[in-house]
Structures are given as structure tokens and as C-alpha cells.
Design a protein around this ligand. Sequence first.
Ligand SMILES: Nc1nc2c(ncn2[C@@H]2O[C@H](COP(=O)(O)OP(=O)(O)OP(=O)(O)O)[C@@H](O)[C@H]2O)c(=O)[nH]1
Ligand SMILES: [Mg+2]
Length: 289
Amino acid sequence: MHGAPAMGPSSPPLVGDGEGAGMMHSKSDQLVATLSKGLLEPKISVVGCGGAGNNVVNSIYWSNKKVETVAVNTDETKLERINASKKILIGKDVTHGQGARGFPEVGEHCAHQARSALESVLKGSDIVIVIAGMGGGTGTGAAPIVADVAKGLNAVTFAIAINPFSYERGRQAAAKEGIKKLRGVAENTIVLENDRLLDLAGDIPVNESFAIMERSIGSMIDSMTQRITQELISPIREEVEAYYREMPDIAIVARPAAAPVAGMVTASVDPKAVDMTFTTTVGPELLSR
Ligand SMILES: Nc1nc2c(ncn2[C@@H]2O[C@H](COP(=O)(O)OP(=O)(O)OP(=O)(O)O)[C@@H](O)[C@H]2O)c(=O)[nH]1
Ligand SMILES: [Mg+2]
């Protein structure tokens, strides 16, 4: 971890509780804040694959400025219409920017081809959340590859898969297969049900019911990121404070590579707790059972 060097016998005097301690304390607070931010604020990327994933990312782009949003698609027109911090058009020479037309193996192939572009966009991310609607071509095929790339970069990787409506009969088998692949790669895969939107939303148009799911996923990501950041920073804070008290002339260290932070996230956050976060933020209505 960020282990503090051992103190020698000639260490500077401790900042005690005598005169001036109040002032030193606020200086130490500042330093701790800087250090904590630089060293420990995890970089979180949310990657939406295919049409549904792109829609979710578009909504998060406007609501959460703390995460980096990445949109991945084979469909050029769709990609042009959405907002994201980064956009990656995959498989242009395969689909000519027209989408994978319901074939997951096409989505998968396109994502494979784009591995190095995906790697360079996700490099440095501590946590990657991959989101896709299942049963189509791009999201179903590409999301497991994106998750694999993220894992290869040592990021803690979560997946959110949206199951198609029951009435989309031809899509269920592909969806199941896609979810199986995601579960094989990601630390934790949360499955949401479009069917539940029908129960919840009743007669409202489908686009409006999609907005409900987008907002739900957005608030889950908000509370997940808040929680991870808090759980990481609080225990370290005391340690950094103690270090400062022993050594006021500490140099501010550059932020290390992703791996150590990812390791701390894994150690301190039970991936299963993510389900809990979702349940407590938006209620269990959309979750698959
Ligand atoms: N909740 C939600 N579900 C969506 C949305 N768009 C599509 N879906 C669902 O996700 C499934 C996959 O659809 P898309 O994401 O459009 O498919 P794709 O990954 O772009 O695949 P191709 O177009 O075949 O390349 C659909 O069958 C729908 O059930 C959306 O905006 N919100
Ligand atoms: Mg599409």
C-alpha cells in the first residue's frame, strides 16, 4: 500500500496538543485532503455497450460528473446522437457503422478487434462498470469483452445487464448467454428486468419507462461511488494524519497506478454489497430474482 517510511530517531517533534496545535491541525487536514484525493479517490469509468448501454451512459453523462462515461457501439448514428466523455465506434469495417443487427457474435468480434482502443480508454480506471441491454448484437457480444479488458487492466469490474422484455421472444436465449459470459468475467453482475418497468410504469410510453431505469441505474452508481470512496478514505485518513504528525515536511506523492487502489477496493468493498446498495437506493423492483 502507501506505507509510510519508518521514522528514525531524529524524527521531527510530534505536533502535540500544546500551543499552535489548532493551526497545525487545519494544515494537516488540508494535507490529508490533498493526499486522500490524489492517492485514493478512485477513477471510475462507466461503459455503456450497444443501444441500451449508450442510453444509460448518456443519462449519467448529465447527472454524474465524477465518473468518466464511455459509449461503445457498432452503430455510428446512435453513437453520434448520445453524449459521453468518450465514444468508441467498434467494427466499422465489419458493420459499416450500421449496428450488429441482433448478432452477438458480430458484437463480440467487433469488440475483440477494438481491444487496444478499449484498453487505452480504460487504462488508469480503478473501477469499471459495464452496462448493456441483453439480447441484441452489440451489447450482448461486446460487454463481456469490455469487462475482460477492464479486468486485464486490474480494475474492479462490475456489470449491469438489462434483460429484454418477455415479448421480445427471439432475444431471451442470447440474453441468457450474454449474462452467463458477464458473470464469468465481472466481479459482480446485477441483472435488471425490463419487464418490471411494465409493472411499475403501467401505461406510460416505453421511452419514459426507459428513463426510469436510466435514473435508477444513475442513482445506484452515485451511491456506489460515494460508498466506495468513503470506505477507502476513512480508514486511510487516520494513518495519513498520524504520518503527518510525525513528519510535517512530507512531499506530496504523485498518484500511483490503478492497481493498488483497485486492490484496496477489492479488499474493503464486498462486491455483494453492491446489490444491497441498489436495493437500498432504488428499491428491488427492477432487480432480477
Ligand atoms: N431499459 C432499457 N432497455 C433498452 C433500451 N434500449 C434497448 N433496450 C433493451 O435492450 C435490448 C438490446 O437492445 P439494444 O441495446 O438496442 O441492442 P444493441 O446492443 O444495440 O444490439 P444491435 O443493435 O443488434 O447491435 C433490447 O432488446 C431491449 O429490451 C433502453 O434505452 N433502456
Ligand atoms: Mg444497436
